[in-house]
Design a protein around this ligand. Structure first.
Ligand code: ADP
Ligand code: MG
Length: 250
């Protein structure tokens, strides 16, 4: 009898990047970075400013080209040095610190922005997401009527509305004041988990990675120097520089 576990095909990761390299002005700012993220999982790319986090994210989004390396989604190649699926066809949701809402569109119109299909279906999706970020009361409101934290939650709803396979988030909470940040982080995390997307969250704050990540990839000088569960990365730092980075409270 074949053991059940052996006959199960192992699913390909939702997102896999292999050996990504990107040079600027003769310098490798992303230097052989590989990552695998399953659907439903949050990986934090954590590291100091300038270490290559945003460049890595932009290559996955398709707005920056790698010099070498490959990107796969659900086991399918979407980008190498000769073949390239354009950004708008990658089914990737994006959220950046200054990825502002459209000021002239209502909250509902903002959330519906990337949606196609029948009006009623779009409306149902918008209502569902606004309920889940507890902003139903603002459905016909406009961005300027919302606080910074509320605007971030609308931006999250907008990014998730088309059910992206992957969410890329680049320091999405750094514009928020401390008082709001933890609440928005927690709410964001629970919504991401419900949506079952693969998340790559870029941050330079260890605390944020510890709070949100299933896995931390610690980056320095263009390379991933350590990778693992937050507790393991925190309690077993790879070297002195990692200790210093984690104990620096900014
Ligand atoms: P991080 O997001 O970790 O702060 P970045 O990926 O933005 O780092 O940048 C990594 C390095 O690459 C930095 O030294 C930055 O100055 C450099 N860099 C990024 N984009 C460009 C560019 N378009 N041209 C030249 N250098 C760049
Ligand atoms: Mg950056």
């Amino acid at each position: 009898m074949t053991p059940h576990s052996l006959s199960q095909p192992v699913p390909a990761p939702r997102l896999e990047i292999r050996n990504l390299v990107r040079h600027f002005e003769g310098r490798a700012v992303v230097d052989d970075v590989s990552l695998r993220i399953q659907a439903g999982q949050v990986t934090c790319l954590l590291g100091p400013s300038g270490c290559g986090k945003s460049t890595t994210l932009r290559m996955i989004a398709g707005v920056e080209m790698q010099d070498s390396g490959e990107i796969y989604v659900d086991g399918k190649l979407i980008c190498d040095t000769v073949f390239r699926v354009p950004p708008e066809r990658r089914e990737i949701g994006l959220m950046f610190q200054d990825f502002a809402l459209f000021p002239h569109l209502s909250v509902a119109e903002n959330v519906a922005f990337g949606l196609n299909g029948p009006r009623e279906e779009k409306r149902a999706r918008v209502e569902e997401l606004l309920e889940r970020v507890h902003l139903t009361r603002f459905i016909d409101g406009y961005p300027h009527q919302l606080s910074g934290g509320e605007q971030q939650r609308v931006a999250l709803a907008r990014a998730l509305a088309p059910r992206p396979r992957i969410m890329l988030m680049d320091e999405p909470f750094s514009g928020l004041d401390n008082r709001l940040r933890d609440g928005v982080r927690d709410e964001t995390l629970s919504l991401l988990k419900e949506e079952d997307t693969a998340v790559l969250l870029v941050t330079h704050e260890p605390e944020e990675a510890m709070r949100m990540a299933d896995e931390i990839a610690l980056m320095r000088g263009g390379k991933i120097v350590q990778q693992g569960a937050p507790y393991n990365v925190y309690t077993r730092p790879v070297d002195r520089a990692a200790v210093a980075f984690f104990s620096d409270t900014n």
